[in-house]
Design a protein around this ligand. Structure first.
Ligand code: ADP
Ligand code: MG
Length: 684
């Protein structure tokens, strides 16, 4: 790939006109990266038609319409009573004289809106039309334009998955600028590269929802290339692994620690844990480095399995690094592992971005000297200045949250260390071979004894009141409740309303309610979560968006309420549900669904009410997964493909896998591996 193009793709979004550091930081969270490339790989999920409707009577309530209106009168809102908001209402008429009301709830921009809608003028507005108080009403229109600027309203508007208050207009602006600049960057590029970016352009400027289905030509093309990149990475990684055969450090056993581990465990291992540990031990004794993925449902006890591997490594005096996706999870792992390590007699430490100054230096010295045998941490573990004396084993928890590159940066700190990856998302067997072709797989399909299955029920939104009264006595008895609300992407101005509204409502009923969402900064978020997790704290309800971390352990949490559950995919719901049921007490999950739940949505909820088995759910998920319909795909725990649809692109998996195995890996494939961030460094 030409350097100029590569530089452009790597450019920070903050340098795009109209973006800047604040929005770039939000893009970073929403896109999972802040480069032009990250934006390009984040594609619209739907097309909203904004073609013009002349008469409001011709439209269907609930639809988005674009309509010319004559502004008749203004009635300003404000607050009354106890801070309740009264909308600002602007009365208009359409061509036929039918009255249409435009209303705004947030009064802080009042002057601005009134100026945009002067009395006596025709304006073209676009937004969702609803019946309210017996009159057709549009709340917070997405567009308000003078008649001669009607073309500023896109006829087919691409709707991007968003969040954190990033508006569709911001997305459109960034997209437009990128695609204006792109042709120049592509000068002299080869045909493959051109074809690739041409496909991207089609997908970012879709003309109808058909252009965004997995079967559409351009999506299918991109999906194939994406799969090819991943499959090529697997092939390279496997080759590399074979190359190091016999070059592996042989580490004689110096200490006898495994028996001590058995003594230090506060419980009996399950059969599945024992089997997995044996598989791991056999790998560690073999002459090629271990590459093993342990799949086991939330709560199946993967941490102990990881500890066993670390202890085995420590028998030779070598070190283990356990990589966790967040500070909170690292702290939790450390809190659990440290006492057991103390009993066994190996030094266990934690290293995260929070460690600074002298304390951090001391930790680094202990790592460099080899004294620390097990270090738990976040990406701080592979910072440049972190050195290990003999890193023999890398464990990656919630491995789908890390790119292959990150995993390999950590492995590069040792001499071909063993790799153990942990994943809470079971993947159907039919897929795991193609997805994780370079790994051996162990499955923990058994929960610790005495664990009661989570009682799961579904409930229509209208009955949330009953739910609150049912929960109240439980809370008085000390139960902890997760209350999850999805981010609502639909109305741009109000993607916080669901969670905020619920928080406000619950606060009037219960004393100690916590709130976490994506717009809080990480520290604040972590602090609230820690407080909720703390047994002694009074906080017994945590209202949250899906930012509540995968894998967070609050053993006393016994109830989880998931609002608008129909908007989540099966895997995401299963993972959310896994946040309860971690102790001995009976746990409950309540799936609250909205009025317009689809038949598919209902089917998904039924699957969850019927089974607790992650593998069954994964199979169902694969069968039922609808594209574009679901929120929380980032939470789903599957490999986060940008274009690939697990269900619809099964044949592409096979094609790409065959191509990667049979053909020379050429420059274009290497470019693809770079574009899709799949470990060209690891392989090359
Ligand atoms: P996950 O697989 O989700 O990472 P953890 O390793 O965090 O699960 O284990 C969940 C809980 O179950 C922890 O509190 C752990 O101490 C406990 N646990 C693990 N294995 C067993 C076992 N064999 N018997 C009883 N409790 C166990
Ligand atoms: Mg875990």
């Amino acid at each position: 790939m030409k350097q100029e193009l590569a530089d452009f793709l790597n450019m920070d979004l903050q340098f795009v006109r109209g973006v800047g550091p604040v929005l770039a930081a939000r893009f970073d969270e929403v896109l999972g990266g802040r480069r032009v490339l990250d934006f390009l790989l984040h594609i619209p999920r739907a097309v909203r038609n904004r073609g013009i409707t002349e008469c409001v009577m011709d439209s269907t309530y609930g639809d988005t319409i674009t309509i010319p209106l004559l502004v008749k009168s203004h009635k300003s809102g404000g607050t009354f009573g106890r801070g309740r908001r009264r909308p600002t209402q602007i009365t208009c008429t359409d061509k036929s004289g039918q009255m249409v009301v435009i209303q705004f709830f947030n009064s802080s921009y009042l002057d601005y809106w009134l100026k945009k809608l002067p009395i006596g003028a025709w304006r073209i507005v676009s937004g969702k039309i609803e019946m309210s108080g017996g009159r057709p009403t549009m709340t917070h229109p997405d567009f308000i334009e003078e008649m001669q600027n009607a073309q500023k309203i896109p006829t087919n508007q691409a709707i991007y998955p968003s969040g954190l208050g990033l508006t569709q207009k911001t997305f459109a602006n960034v997209r437009d600028q990128i695609f204006v600049a792109l042709p120049e960057k592509l000068r002299g590029a080869d045909d493959n590269t051109r074809e690739f970016f041409d496909a991207l352009r089609h997908v970012h400027f879709p003309e109808s929802n058909d252009d965004l289905t997995p079967q559409s030509t351009y999506i299918a093309k991109l999906a194939y290339w994406e799969l090819l990149a991943h499959q090529a990475a697997i092939v390279l990684s496997r080759k590399k692994r074979e190359d190091v055969k016999n070059r592996r450090t042989v580490r004689p056993k110096k200490y006898d620690l495994i028996p001590k581990l058995r003594d230090a465990l506060p419980f009996e291992l399950t059969g599945a844990q024992n089997r997995t540990i044996n598989e791991i031990f056999a790998d560690m004794d073999a002459d090629t480095p271990m590459m093993r993925l342990v799949q086991g449902d939330v709560g199946s006890g993967k941490t102990i399995v990881a500890l066993a591997a670390a202890v085995k490594m420590a028998e030779s005096g070598a070190q283990t690094a356990l990589l966790a996706p967040t500070d909170t999870l690292a702290v939790q792992h450390f809190a659990k592992l440290k006492p057991m390590c103390d009993k066994i007699g190996i030094v266990c430490d934690i290293l995260t971005g929070r460690d600074k100054g002298v304390a951090r230096r001391e930790k680094l010295i202990s790592l460099r000297s080899g004294r620390t045998r097990l270090v738990v941490g976040t990406h701080a573990l592979f910072s440049d200045d972190v050195e290990y004396r003999d890193l023999g084993l890398v464990i990656v928890d919630e491995q789908h949250r890390f790119g292959v590159n990150q995993r390999e940066s950590l492995r590069a700190k040792g001499n071909n260390p063993d790799l153990l990856a942990l994943s809470a998302t079971p993947i159907p067997r039919t897929l795991s071979m193609t997805i994780y072709g370079d790994m051996d797989i162990s499955i923990i399909n058994e929960k610790p004894a005495g664990r009661k299955p989570i009682k799961t029920t579904k409930l229509p939104m209208a009955r949330v009141g009953d739910l609150v009264s049912r929960i109240r006595p439980q809370i008085e008895n000390g139960a902890k409740v997760f209350w999850v609300c999805p981010l609502v992407e639909e109305s741009e101005e109000s993607d916080m309303t669901a969670v905020q509204t619920r928080f406000d409502a619950l606060k009037t009923i219960f004393k100690n309610v916590g709130l976490v969402h994506g717009q809080m900064d990480k520290k604040q978020r972590d602090a609230v979560m820690q407080q909720f997790a703390d047994d002694n704290s009074e906080m017994n309800i945590l209202v949250a968006t899906t930012v509540i971390e995968v894998g967070i352990d609050v053993p006393h949490a016994t109830i989880i309420v998931i609002e608008n559950a129909e908007r989540f995919g099966l895997a995401a719901l299963h993972q959310l549900r896994g946040r309860v049921g971690r102790g001995d007490a009976q746990s409950f999950c309540v799936l609250v669904y909205g009025d317009n739940i689809s038949p598919d949505g209902l089917k998904r909820l039924n699957v969850l009410c019927e089974t607790d088995d992650g593998f069954v759910i994964a199979e169902q998920d694969l069968m039922m997964r609808g594209v574009g319909e679901l929120l929380g795909t980032r939470q789903s725990g599957w490999i986060q493909y940008h274009f690939v649809d697990y269900r619809e692109h099964r044949d592409l998996f096979r094609l790409a896998s065959a191509a990667a195995r049979n053909n020379e890996i050429d420059n274009w494939t290497r470019d693809l591996m770079r574009i899709f961030d799949c470990g060209v460094n690891a392989g090359a």
